[in-house]
Write a protein that binds this ligand. Structure first.
Ligand SMILES: [Zn+2]
Length: 365
């Protein structure tokens, strides 16, 4: 049977999933649907949708539950005429939202918190979630981002939630547990985790990071059988506290690559521990996507595919995924997004808004 014949029946837009007809899931899982629609495909009911908004090397990740409850992780950069806020609002509109229920700020660096004032000018926000006080005083851009955020909290009287490790975020359709925050890390294994991690022995040890990065709020999400991990810009040294000598996190299905794929994060011990099926990297053309880090992420055990928000100039031909899995190619500033659709039983789909194509992944056996 031609490869595309299998793929056509498995498009989300048809509202059904047909079991693979090929003899191996691996072959079937690598087929692309070839739709040319302008908007992402309409998923069936009861899916979690996650938009990876292009904020040029910062973070802005929008989670939308089946009940249309929403959580935005980070707000991108300030300035640029509100470019990042505009892109976030566009994604929110595509998702049918007229407000964002929660905005979680992983930490106060400009590429995460800088976009707060412009965002609240454009769309109502129900509450902010953060890790507590700024921990990098004296760094002018970070202080500026923090102060602008404080002004928004005071001026708009928006609710603020300070989250601590072990807290469950107040989302109804999505279980979200905080695993790192303000430099404090998970200290007991999550359910089903706690196995020794052999990769610790060969992973380099690094000095303690003193910046806001190490304070990042990290969250593990559970939607049906699917586990997803976002650690913001949490640094290498902090990762090891969670996965060495024992893996306290356990495996995940989806990893939002830490720190835009920069060398300061994404240790071999972390990737061996979480062993994601799919990883998505929110790098910019000249930010993140370090070749040595790309090697670790792209060759993690169990990985089916890595996706990138941008082509990485540093990566060159050897350290970028094929164009089909990149939302923004070299030299473009089109703001293309990636959209991940998660079914509770473990099926995943990634849609590339540049190519208008989607790729489906079967649930694990
Ligand atoms: Zn960052």
């Amino acid at each position: 049977m031609p490869r595309n014949a299998n793929c056509r029946d498995r498009v989300f837009g048809r509202g059904r999933w047909v079991p693979f007809l090929t003899t191996t899931a691996l072959v079937a899982a690598s087929c692309f649907s070839g739709r040319a629609a302008a908007a992402p495909p309409e998923p069936p009911n009861r899916t979690l949708q996650i938009y990876f908004v292009d904020v040029e090397g910062g973070q802005a990740t929008l989670f939308v539950t089946p009940e249309k409850e929403s959580l935005l992780i980070d707000t991108g950069w300030p300035d640029n005429g509100g470019r990042d806020a505009d892109r976030i609002v566009s994604a929110a509109k595509l998702a049918g939202l007229s407000r964002i229920d929660y905005v979680l700020l992983t930490h106060y660096h400009m590429d995460h918190t800088g976009g707060v004032p412009q965002l609240v000018e454009r769309i109502p926000v129900g509450a902010f979630i953060d890790h507590g006080p700024i921990r990098e005083p004296g760094d002018k851009p970070t202080e500026d981002a923090w102060e602008a955020y404080q002004k928004v909290l005071a001026g708009k009287k928006v609710k603020r939630i300070v989250a601590k490790v072990g807290d469950t975020l107040p989302l109804k359709g999505l279980h979200a547990e905080v695993v790192s925050g303000d430099g404090v890390l998970l200290s007991k294994p999550l359910h089903g985790a706690g196995e020794p991690n052999p990769a610790c022995a060969t992973t380099e040890k690094r000095a303690t990071d003193q910046t806001e990065n190490a304070r990042s709020l990290g969250t593990i999400f559970r939607f049906g059988k699917v586990r997803l991990l976002d650690l913001g810009d949490l640094t290498w040294d902090k990762e090891l506290e969670m996965v060495c000598p024992d893996n306290l996190l356990g495996r995940v299905d989806v990893f939002i690559v830490s720190h835009h794929g920069w060398y300061q994060s994404n240790s071999p011990a972390l990737l061996a521990a979480i062993a994601p099926r799919i990883s998505i990297m929110d790098n910019g053309e000249t930010k993140g996507g370090t070749p040595s880090t790309w090697e670790i992420v792209a060759h993690a055990p169990r990985l089916e595919d890595l996706w990138q928000v941008h082509y990485s100039k540093d990566g060159g031909a050897a350290h970028n995924v094929p164009d089909a899995r990149i939302a923004n190619l070299m030299g473009t500033d089109a703001g293309n997004y990636l959209k991940l659709t998660v079914s509770p039983d473990g099926r995943l789909e990634v849609f590339n808004s540049r190519t208008k194509e989607a790729k489906q992944y079967a649930a694990p056996m």
